[in-house]
Design a protein around this ligand. Sequence first.
Ligand code: CA
Length: 225
Amino acid sequence: MGARILIIEDEEKFARFIEMELNYEGYEVTKAFDGRIGLAAAENGEFDLILLDIMLPGLNGMEVLRRLRRTKSVPVIMLTARDSIVDKVSGLDSGADDYITKPFAIEELLARIRTALRKTSPQENAILSIGELELDPGRRTVTVRGTAVDLTKREFDLLEYLMANKGMVLSRDTLLENVWGFDFEGETNVVDVYVRFLRGKIDEVFGIKVISTVRGVGYVIRDGE
Ligand code: CA
């Protein structure tokens, strides 16, 4: 069975052309002609790769990607209508794995698809570990020295995001946007509150130091602390 690919692209003729070519290569293809429908398909389905147009009705490609990244790490190749540096940078910033500028040769797209599939599939749901702390994104479990730590959904998501970005100092705004997933107006101390919850359940119980505060900036998890 070939890899499953979702195409989110409103130019239907173009989407059908890509589908035909991908079918010929042995891939299984699903199409969505609208951003919202595409996002729902991506969230509810099991795909190995997503081809995502930027200019879309319903929800634009950047927003689809941003929302999708809250729950899924499936590789995404952005299809950009023009050779726009801004689109490329913000696409890669929001978690796209690659981009390709239209019009493109189908061989070029096939090569990018093969690369993206090769690069990411073994990493899916890989266990994250920092010292004695282990987090399993697939099973949604956290352990320290093999002992399970009972976290709420939000605590887990925050810890997962910090661990997945270990070594990077993350601002409260970045954490709010990626873990809480909304543009938070006003108080950002909800992040501090949750960091405190995590420290209470992990650091204080097991006598380790997991999350470091970077004063005036945010939080970071560093290896070996
Ligand atoms: Ca379009």
